[in-house]
Design a protein around this ligand. Sequence first.
Ligand code: SAM
Length: 285
Amino acid sequence: MPDDEGWWRNAAIAADSDGSSLLAPLLAIGVALLLIGAIAALLTRSEATLTRWLLALHKLLARTLRRPRSDTWAHQSVADAHGISLADYIHAIYGFLRQTRARDVLMIGCGGGTLATMLDSDGINVTVVDIDARSIELARRYFNLPDTVTCHVADGAEFLRRTRTRYDAIVLDAYNGGDFPDVFKKSSYLSSVKAHLTGANAIYLENMLVDDDDDRAPDNRVRLLQQIWPDVRLLDCDGWVDRNAVIAAGAVRGLRKPKLILRPARGAKKLERELDSLCFRRLRS
Ligand SMILES: C[S@@+](CC[C@H](N)C(=O)[O-])C[C@H]1O[C@@H](n2cnc3c(N)ncnc32)[C@H](O)[C@@H]1O
């Protein structure tokens, strides 16, 4: 026959050591499980909904667990002490320009002016236009942008509307933080670029920020450029988040994948690997 104390000990299983009831946490767990079940039932109602949610989860995990393609910010200039960029896309653009015979280059977007510094060291005439005077000041003071590079403070599209000068190459790298300014989205801007290129051998290059493989911004941009130029190519690298792609239009048929030509004082091996992983890719629908 159980003694009174034994019965009491059994009954105490439902109570904490301090005497409070376990009923409340058990109830809470029950309600939470019911809620999770209800949400799961809602999300898996149809195959399409389930697929959407799995894709969203995959994207979230990719963003959380994977590093961006480059340690250098996708839209910030980083350079060695001589102003040579540490960003792969700058070396990709530089590599393309070195494959052409461009002598006069217009850069829209100064940032640290690294591309201009690199081209100037090859004796190429570079004109830089930036909407923000501070970019030019900082590039001169901290990034070694040489005095031989002519700089203008103006909106890039407006500058093109006003000037009569034509260039062998025009490069657009003018993100405002992470935003692509509206003025460059218009086809009138692209027509203006074409009118300011010297002729059949001239080239137009653009830097594009890409979120991930599902981001269709570069594909859509190429389609817009194809309304102006018959030949447009997209240099990109699948499988990375927050990466830069380079779009090339004009005399681009003979372009080869760019290699590292100008080695910065540090990070050259990494840049070589990053450039190696870039490829010309087909457009996605
Ligand atoms: C990523 S930085 C350019 C980096 C540069 N290509 C280099 O070699 O280091 C982008 C620059 O574009 C400039 N920018 C933004 N909107 C512009 C516009 N509408 N016209 C001209 N420059 C613009 C910004 O002030 C910033 O300096």
